[in-house]
Design a protein around this ligand. Sequence first.
Ligand code: ARG
Length: 268
Amino acid sequence: MKKISKILAALLAMTLLFALSACGSSKGELKILDTEYVVEEYAICFAKDNEELLDKVNAALAELKEEGVLDKVVDKYISGAEHDLTFQQDAEGKPELRMGTNAEFPPYEYREGDEIVGIDAEIAAAIADKLDMKLVIEDMAFDSIIAAVQSGKVDMGMAGMTVIEDRLQSVNFSTSYATGVQVVIVLEGSPITTVDDLFAEGANYSIGVQTGTTGDLYSTCDIEDEGLGTVERYNKGADAVQALVSGKIDCVIIDNEPAKAFVEAYNK
Ligand code: ARG
């Protein structure tokens, strides 16, 4: 009798362990497909009639590139390197340089407490130093930035923003300060294994994007308009990733660095 209850206890423990491990693995990890969708250049945008500021910022960017400051900032936020970068130390009282951004895009711009930090915020601070100005960052929806720049609500837009023909109709862009790649995030085990699967004949996937981004523009044109699937638009990239995790959509198209940040945060 004693022996039997021991065996039962062991069986019960095994069943429990099995259930636990099955539950752990059912979470499903996120992954970024190896194939790239589109490679693009990021730059800062300005109102068409503000060439003066555009020229000054281009000169500042060239110096910062030359001095290795741009590399250090990227290094700090992407590789986690320790660099003591201190910009805007005595900016108080100086004329304002107002930057419009959308702080939902790590590691380029995101919130740490109530501060907006990231590659763009830091490069903009370095630019403001060169211009002897005080950087003021305004957080807004990504698809409001160009209008805010055009109307003069802000002096420039900096938001990991890709230079594309469409936007060049409305604003001017600085020289490029970074390269981005549109990538595809899926859940492990997804039938989507390469970017081409999204355009295959008979494909009918639902694709999540952040509203107004190039991921939205490209997939609308290449996939939705071609009748090859649907595009779901979200205010934040993170909301699109959440929808993917909960099974509402099949993949997310977004820039590579935020993709890495979102996937790492979820998988850990
Ligand atoms: N590079 C893409 C674009 O220009 C996405 C940028 C999104 N940026 C952001 N801060 N949310 O459309």
